[in-house]
Design a protein around this ligand. Structure first.
Ligand code: NAD
Length: 335
């Protein structure tokens, strides 16, 4: 069965890593027809907006998208395309697995955890204003409905993926009302899942624990900003941002993208690591029921990382993005 999927190459290093992932998908025999749409800087030139309507229309029609990173200007200017897509399509769960791979040098060899980040509210609700020239205000929205939904999603994910523990991360000692509501919601939902261990942890302590003892954690569920920061920390535990994929999941739509951004200083150099984008397409293949093809790509990637001969600069190698992708394709063809 052919799968129709929206493809958003993005900008900066997006088109390079997307190209690499698409070539790997083609070599794997995945039966996919991509519908390419522009978002980010490429779209501003053509449509005057970084997020033309046709992007959301295409994702709504196909239900699944593979997306490269998109630049968000700092300070004033266009609102983040990434946040807008997640909110417009109600992609409430951002799933970010961080896993150690043999051959990838990092502080630990045994990290295998998943951060599940609430994706639609919190401090990323986009409600900000200058009250006067010297006072800025951001509003943090936390609802019982979204908190219960993300915690329920995390327990269901844990059961589906054979995981054993869910840790809810918050700052309810200081943000007593908003994080208090998140924690109360988490505790309520946890009562329905006695087969999975549940604990909670303050976000500052969590940051320290993750650096010291990451092997103690399994599924971590948290609010939007904390999840954004902790997942970059976890990327650092497994070899860097070039290694970590993500999925944005809603009730019937899913968008897969690397955790990393558009890394503008590397754009066009054919230099960055395509792994995060390739692993994002592996998550996508699992989501559309193509588990065998997903495993084939994963095991080819695993081999290339283990050998460490044709890997990019961030992994201590000299290969270009294209050369690393070609090596993965070679392993797929040999399998
Ligand atoms: P970034 O993730 O783009 O890059 C930070 C650093 O991480 C890079 O300088 C590089 O050293 C390393 N890195 C990132 N991806 C890599 C890869 N594939 N291989 C090797 N090294 C890699 O973060 P940033 O510089 O803070 O953000 C740049 C832009 O990207 C900003 O406009 C930001 O808003 C945007 N962004 C977009 C997304 C998204 O599209 N989902 C996510 C994060 C950031």
């Amino acid at each position: 069965m052919v799968h129709n999927i929206t493809l958003i190459p993005g900008d900066g290093i997006g088109p390079e890593v997307t190209d690499a992932a698409v070539k790997v998908l083609e070599a794997s025999g995945a039966d996919i027809e991509f519908e390419r749409v522009k978002a980010g800087e490429a779209a501003i030139k053509e449509y005057g907006t970084p997020l033309p309507d046709e992007v959301l229309q295409s994702i709504k029609k196909n239900k699944v998208a593979l997306k490269g990173p998109v630049t968000t200007p700092i300070g004033y200017g266009f609102r983040s395309v990434n946040v807008s897509i997640r909110q417009a399509l109600n992609l409430y769960a951002n799933v970010r697995p961080a896993e150690s791979f043999e051959g990838v040098k990092s502080r630990y060899e045994n990290v295998n955890l998943v951060i599940i980040r609430e994706n639609t509210e919190g401090l990323y609700s986009g409600i900000e204003r200058l009250k006067d020239q010297n006072t800025a205000e951001s509003i943090r929205i936390i609802t019982r409905k979204a908190s219960e939904r993300i915690v329920r999603f995390s327990f269901e994910y844990a059961i589906r993926e054979g995981r054993k523990k869910v840790t809810a991360v918050h700052k309810a000692n200081i943000l007593k009302v908003s994080c208090g509501l998140f924690l109360e919601s988490a505790r309520n939902i946890a009562k329905n899942y006695s087969q999975i261990k549940f604990e909670d942890c303050l976000v500052d302590n969590m940051a320290m624990q993750l650096v010291k003892n990451p092997e103690l954690y399994d599924v971590i569920v948290t609010t939007n900003l904390f999840g954004d920061i902790l997942s970059d920390l976890c990327a650092g535990l497994v070899g860097g941002l070039g290694m970590v994929p993500s999925a944005n999941i809603g009730d019937d739509i899913a968008v897969f993208e690397p955790v990393h951004g558009s890394a503008p200083k590397y754009a066009g150099l054919n230099k960055v690591n395509p792994t995060a984008m390739i692993l994002s397409s592996v998550l996508m293949l699992k989501h559309i029921g193509e588990k065998d093809v997903a495993m084939k790509i994963r095991s080819a990637l695993r081999q290339v990382l283990r050998e460490g001969k044709t890997v990019t600069y961030d992994l201590g190698g000299k290969a270009s993005t294209t050369e690393m992708a070609n090596e993965i394709i070679k392993k797929i063809e040999e399998s």
